[in-house]
Design a protein around this ligand. Structure first.
Ligand code: ATP
Ligand code: MG
Ligand code: MG
Ligand code: MG
Length: 475
């Protein structure tokens, strides 16, 4: 069997269709307008949020999907992990099966186990599970029904095994997770034991005050990362080495010349280069999908997150020695990899490539000056002593040179420096007050779009959303 990404997708959906699940297409990365608790879809359950509270309104009691997900801020933020862990992307595909009153814990666990061990034929001795300490029911199912020995069952606390979509209001509950032993003994425990599948038992609804209410019916929500599954089945030690991403990583390598394809064969000094290639590959996927779903680079709300992602990719390109816009030239590789599964990438291909190019071109105008300013800050003895970029430099970079502060933080972090983000937030707040004043005196022309971007901005500022946390950013 050759487990291409396409074959994995198909096998997953076929399996759950054969178990009376209705297969639904991926929803947009932008949650429904009525759901103001999130900026982006960060898990397969997001489009079904309302069904957990009202299972009777679900189109079918059992559903399976492969959902486009974005994790670039908020509770589940993987932006800074990209390129540095083998398993994180900002954009990824989450395969999931769901039950809205259709089946119980036991059935959910048996489906997952049967799929992994019989259909994908993963060897049992390389799998291990975690369960919530108080969830003795799941522990008993793994032990007595599946037949796992105690040393393959990790009993953990709610930090690890209680899942929720965000920090605010929403469905939540205990979960049990399945891990794959990569047998990469030199890696950290987290990287050696690759989390592949999370099975969540939606038992509660947390209201906006943090109070947990029991849901009328126990629902099931599961999520398995496609790219991680591909790394397991293709025997790769890194998601970026699978058929889902490798061609893009290597296209960046070709562009810069002398690029590398895999950490396993890295020449000393080239590891950073490979990280840069991976960052570009990842960010190109996420920004392409965001544009396809209607997001436009801007200074507010969702558009600002898109802008941040694109600008981080552009800066990574500069690190690799690219001096001209390059994103558009890589876009055909994106459609080659994902166009079949996601036709919107082909249908809106021209728009996407043009917007990437436009945003990149805008940033190129200020990038060099900004990098120079940053270099000067790095060489000032009074900053070097504390390894801290001051708030004024960070603010000038943001305001004059178009550097989102998380980008400044990321560059600082590469040298073991930090940024005074608290001071930055104060300067930004002052500026906001000034511009609000201007807005009041010139009179509002408020449209629905303005209102929603104002809302998205307040979500970002409060750090509640799966969006930016650029105020109070913790480098
Ligand atoms: P991790 O602990 O590795 O960060 P997670 O616990 O945050 O993962 P969940 O919220 O449980 O992930 O999501 C369900 C599944 O989605 C994970 O088991 C994994 O297979 C996949 N997944 C989660 N985050 C990412 C990501 N950033 N990139 C790729 N796949 C992911
Ligand atoms: Mg995570
Ligand atoms: Mg985890
Ligand atoms: Mg998890």
């Amino acid at each position: 069997n050759v487990w291409t990404s396409a074959a994995i997708r198909k096998r997953f959906l076929d399996y759950f269709a054969s178990k009376d699940h209705r297969v639904l297409p991926s929803a947009s990365l932008i949650p429904e307008e009525s759901d103001q608790s999130l900026l982006f879809t960060n898990a397969g359950m997001v489009p079904f949020k309302k069904y957990f509270q009202r299972p009777d309104t679900a189109p079918h009691p059992q559903v399976a999907t492969i959902q486009k997900c974005l994790r670039a801020g908020g509770k589940h933020n993987d932006l800074d992990n990209v390129g540095y862990t083998p398993r994180h992307h900002t954009f990824f595909e989450m395969m999931g099966n769901f039950s809205f009153g259709g089946y119980d814990k036991r059935q959910a666990i048996i489906y997952a186990w049967e799929f992994l061990t019989q259909h994908l034929q993963l060897p049992v001795d390389r799998l291990r599970v975690s369960v919530l300490a108080s969830d003795t029911e799941s522990q008993a199912i793994w032990k007595n029904i599946v037949g796992l020995s105690a040393d393959h069952i990790d009993v953990l606390g709610s930090q690890d095994n209680f899942w929720s979509m965000g920090d605010g209001e929403g469905p939540c509950g205990p979960c049990t997770e399945i891990f794959w032993d990569t047998r990469q003994l030199d890696r950290s425990t987290e990287d050696r034991w690759l989390e592949i599948w999370n099975i969540v038992f939606m038992e509660f609804y947390r209201d906006s005050h943090g109070k947990l209410d029991k849901l009328p019916t126990l629902c099931i929500d599961t999520g398995m990362g496609l790219e991680r599954m591909a790394s397991v089945l293709q025997n790769r030690s890194n998601n970026f080495d699978t058929d889902a991403l490798y061609p893009l990583v290597s296209a960046v390598g070709t562009l810069v010349g002398g690029g590398h394809s895999s950490l396993d064969q890295v020449i000393p000094g080239k590891a950073e280069m490979l990280a840069g290639q991976r960052i570009i590959a990842d960010h190109l996927r996420s920004s392409s999908f965001l544009i396809a779903d209607g997001v436009v680079p801007s200074n507010v709300g969702r558009g600002y997150i898109l802008r941040r992602i694109i600008r981080r990719a552009v800066r990574a390109g500069r690190q690799l020695g690219l001096v001209d816009p390059f994103l558009r030239s890589l876009y055909p590789t994106v459609t080659q990899l994902l166009g079949n599964a996601y036709p919107e990438l082909t249908e809106k291909g021209t728009l996407i490539a043009d917007q990437l190019h436009q945003e990149e071109s805008i940033f190129y105008k200020t990038l060099d000056k900004g990098l120079l300013l940053l270099e000067q800050a790095f060489s000032r003895p009074e900053f070097a002593q504390k390894k801290l970029i001051d708030s004024h430099t960070a603010f000038t970079l943001y305001d004059t040179h178009g550097f989102p502060v998380d980008l400044t933080c990321a560059i600082a972090k590469e040298r073991g420096w930090q940024v005074d983000t608290k001071g930055f937030a104060k300067l930004q707040q002052k500026q906001r007050e000034r511009s609000q004043h201007t807005w009041k005196t010139t009179g509002p022309t408020s449209t629905a779009a303005d209102l929603s971007s104002a809302w998205a901005d307040s979500m970002i500022r409060s750090g509640k959303a799966n969006g930016s946390t650029f105020v109070g950013y913790d480098p």
